[in-house]
Design a protein around this ligand. Structure first.
Ligand code: SF4
Ligand code: SF4
Length: 121
């Protein structure tokens, strides 16, 4: 995964606009993530896989499925129904991975990396 359009020493704080959950594309889920999400939803792992996942286009694993309008199946308004256990791909955007032009649609706010801890303490 690569990073683009990042300022040095800066973190981007998610504003939960939900835009990244509406982009067409796959949301990869590992076996461990599937276990966690299924447990969170009170479902059997097999039922979860059948109902909410599909084989990725490159056939290397599973993705969460999307609705016909391309938004993620777990998007509820602007909220994620599985927020506490969402996949690493979701949690890692945009600070661990992103793509050219991501800032045009992501509403995350740039903050100095050192300032983040102060805000949370
Ligand atoms: S799992 Fe949640 S955070 Fe990830 S794309 Fe779906 S709605 Fe968005
Ligand atoms: S697009 Fe950016 S600000 Fe909006 S939910 Fe995704 S990461 Fe957060």
């Amino acid at each position: 995964m690569s990073l683009h359009d990042m300022e040095e020493g800066t973190d981007y704080l998610c504003q939960r606009c939900g835009n990244c959950c509406r982009w067409p594309g796959e949301v990869a889920v590992s076996e461990m993530e599937i276990d966690r999400i299924a447990e969170f939803l009170g479902m059997e792992q097999g039922d979860f896989i059948t109902r909410f996942t599909a084989v990725r286009l490159n056939r290397t694993g599973l993705t969460l499925i999307s609705r016909p309008n391309h938004e993620c199946i777990f998007l509820d308004g602007i909220d994620c129904r599985i927020q506490p256990v969402k996949p690493a791909q979701c949690a890692g955007f945009p600070n661990q991975w992103n793509f050219p032009g991501w800032r045009q649609t992501c509403e995350a706010i740039a903050v100095p990396r050192d300032g983040r801890g102060r805000e949370e303490s």
